[in-house]
Design a protein around this ligand. Sequence first.
Ligand code: FAD
Ligand code: NAG
Length: 338
Amino acid sequence: MKPSFVTAIAALLLIAAQHASIVAAGKGPRVIIVGAGMSGISAGKRLWDAGVRDLLILEATDRVGGRMHKHNFGGLNVEIGANWVEGLNGDKTNPIWPMVNSTLKLRNFYSDFDGVVANVYKESGGLYDEEFVQKRMDRADEVEELGGKFAAKLDPSGRDDISILAMQRLFNHQPNGPTTPVDMALDYYKYDYEFAEPPRVTSLQGTEPTATFADFGDDANFVADQRGFETIIYHIAGQYLRSDKSGNIIDPRVKLNKVVRQISYNDKGVVVTTEDNSAYSADYVMVSTSLGVLQSDLIQFKPQLPAWKIMAIYRFDMAVYTKIFLKFPKKFWPTCCW
Ligand SMILES: Cc1cc2nc3c(=O)[nH]c(=O)nc-3n(C[C@H](O)[C@H](O)[C@H](O)COP(=O)(O)OP(=O)(O)OC[C@H]3O[C@@H](n4cnc5c(N)ncnc54)[C@H](O)[C@@H]3O)c2cc1C
Ligand SMILES: *[C@@H]1O[C@H](CO)[C@@H](O)[C@H](O)[C@H]1NC(C)=O
């Protein structure tokens, strides 16, 4: 089991010119993609596979990869963004998995989160009784499942959405939040740790069930490869964008250091303007920036987006997930099976 990152939800926004007539006969549409992270690079690949050749990717930073990003720390590359392939060992195969495990052979490890119940420590030292913790976990799991079933019955528009905490209250589970240390630890593990925010603000409908686990299985494998998890983005990019021998994208269709500030659109097409006052016109634009960017005023849409899009953008909270890495001089923790 575990962790899911709803920060992971890609906000992919498509503004289409209304009339098909803008597509000149015999010539494909021109499409601008804002953002060169996993979703922008993957969207480009899908368009490429569908025969769209006239692509331009505008990326604000000086690199391709976005929130998949390795960083050298204490002599090792660690992942400051995405780290796990989430959603494994279910009925359907997670499309990321064959790329990670077979094509690129990124070094990865099964994360055994079932070990949590045997590893809850008392403030005064020593472990809590495993059987006792398991009972509390079973109850929390049961409530989570009830919550998932309840969420499935809510209006799909999100109109009736409630928080995880409200759902727990509904099922008479820790109505004032967790009160004992064990329940606090388990609640933190099940929700805060997954969603980078407390259950009080976490959307029930947006997280229960979390699509990647529902679709592909409950397991997660940790990627610990010195090439970085981002290799997967370079791999996808390499299938339609020119790259050099060391895998760097050198294609003129990817422009780095281009912070998009304005998107004007009408029925004839779009004009995308960047911070350095360059203007790019196209038939369509796909915006692959995070919800956090969309919820800020970094990109101005002209005219303003329709209400239903604005509502969708603000319905989900953008969490901040900070990872802290510590390097110890030696391995002092117990290991058993690997
Ligand atoms: C700390 C952390 C841990 C995570 N752990 C996991 C995990 O273990 N497993 C997992 O599956 N997922 C994990 N995620 C989520 C995963 O990293 C993201 O879902 C995924 O990388 C998002 O890709 P994206 O292309 O949608 O967005 P991004 O990667 O954010 O790409 C958007 C791109 O748009 C660019 N951009 C933004 N604004 C502009 C602008 N105005 N103009 C031009 N370009 C712009 C950005 O610079 C960025 O490159 C984690 C995320 C974080 C932050
Ligand atoms: C992942 O790759 C390893 C090494 O090639 C292989 O032994 C293993 O069976 C693969 N795992 C899955 C689930 O495909």
